[in-house]
Design a protein around this ligand. Structure first.
Ligand SMILES: [Zn+2]
Length: 151
């Protein structure tokens, strides 16, 4: 992983919060990730990976938990996300997380660190260059179905 010397003290503190949150993860040892999402109002919202009974269908990754927590707690935009992964090789945010981060934290700075490797800044737009975002209109509600518009 390429070291990134531009990560400031606040970014390193957010990565430390993510690593602390990993200690609350409930998953296989190599999957115990932690994350922290910082909203524009300065609040930090932790997340950790939870993989119930080893079933990936019931699992939630740390970065998604942190972003959902931030969205649930605050209307302030998410300014920065930090992710700490215990493995130094092969670990990477999954496609579901990248999509959620793009939709719920657009424009956020995304910092990642694997084990004790130097932290890195990941570009969500670079990782998901052709991501789809809000290309569909919301589904009509039963009260406003097209059938009601007919004479
Ligand atoms: Zn994920």
């Amino acid at each position: 992983m390429r070291p990134d010397k531009e990560i400031d003290a606040a970014g390193l503190a957010l990565l430390a919060a993510a690593r602390t949150a990993a200690g609350r993860s409930q998953a296989e040892a190599h999957e115990r990730c932690g994350a922290a999402a910082e909203t524009a109002d300065g609040a930090v919202h932790p997340g950790a990976t939870y993989a119930e009974a080893g079933c990936t269908a019931l699992a939630a990754c740390a970065e998604r938990v942190a972003v959902w927590s931030a969205r649930a707690a605050s209307a302030a935009p998410i300014a920065r996300i930090a992710l700490w992964m215990p493995s130094s090789a092969g670990a990477h945010p999954c496609g579901s997380c990248l999509q959620v981060l793009l939709e719920l934290a657009p424009g956020a700075e995304f910092l990642a660190q694997r084990g004790d490797d130097p932290p890195q800044r990941l570009g969500l737009e670079r990782l998901m260059p052709d991501a789809f975002l809000a290309f569909q209109e919301p589904a009509p509600t039963p009260e406003h179905s097209e059938d009601e518009d007919q004479p």
